[in-house]
Design a protein around this ligand. Sequence first.
Ligand code: PLP
Length: 393
Amino acid sequence: MNQKMDRRSVLKSSLMTFGGISLFSTGAFANVPLELDASERIYHSPLLRENFLESATIAPKSMVRINANENPYGPPMTARKAIADAAAGGSRYSWRELETLVGKIAKKEGLTPKHIMMGPGSSDLLEKTALVLFQNGGNVVSADPTYMSLVQVAKATGATWKAIPCKADWSHDLAAMEAAIDKDTKMVYICNPNNPMGSITAGAELLDFCSRVSDKVPVFVDEAYLELAVGANTQSMVSLLTKNKNVIIARTFSKIMGMAGLRVGYIAALPETLDSLQKITRGGMGIAQTSIAAAIAAMDDADFQDMTRKLNHEVKTYLCENLDKMGYKYVKSYTNFVIFPISMPGKELLSKMAERGLMVRSYDLQGKPWCRVSMGTMDEIKQFVSALQEISS
Ligand SMILES: Cc1ncc(COP(=O)(O)O)c(C=O)c1O
């Protein structure tokens, strides 16, 4: 093995243990090696590469983590108490608690429990759906750039990927996506609002697309950030299930509910779709009883969700005002992160931010470097703004 190969494998394995940061956000997982391009950036798509620091190992606790779109205010106090109360029941399987959670979710979504499958985070269900749908190959149609978890597993399972560039405003190009569907298409994947752009695709247009296209192929809509989309002209696609449309809607407790580390997510789909997934997973079996209890409590904690939405919006407004002052042209965000082009190489940005105790993300998109920053607390974003002012001057 030559030295270059050696170094590349070391890089790959160090990324694998990078505090879950790259794994988490790239959607890669342990048995799928990360793909690096010739400049040793993580290859996400024809349009999107991610820069990373070769020196980075596990991030020290003292770093400000504004790189993984986490909710800095969670978990809610009500969920923390529920975890403590549930701990004593940890010697038992949690079928009953799971049933309670599923029932609560079904009621909220206006569906039956048979329409809901739980998982340890929505990533797990994105991946399992890809494993089942692409077991005999086929292709997946999605936007580029988008969140890559499902697409990566589809590719690893043997599917090909039809990457459809986003429109100029970074919304999904639904007409081009529909035109890309062929006889081998097994699924269309939509992430709305989209990660890593933070952009939105209009609700009425998307509803019409999902309703029509799902008569041909299943449409998977990842709504991880939907509850944070303040002022957006969009909506959940979940209502299509009451019309028996073949859509699969993914939701997570990691964002608005502030429970990323507790690992709870679900998909809502037609019961027959979930039956096919049951062949390889029992979904909720992967969730700890304490996390189920936390999820039940968090669902009832409207105050926490309102507070998150409000603070996220305030912090984002503060950030955007400062980006405006500094002349950065950010993409309007309907999420808890903001992405904007920068004028220095992505790796340089990462290391200058790291020197100042800040962890952010950097992509090369359409050949230009970009910074993606997640909404931490106001104090954390103030630190980010000062650091950006310093390194931009
Ligand atoms: C669009 C999107 N979907 C799904 C996930 C995964 O979330 P979970 O923590 O539920 O696995 C993320 C995480 O950042 C995401 O950005």
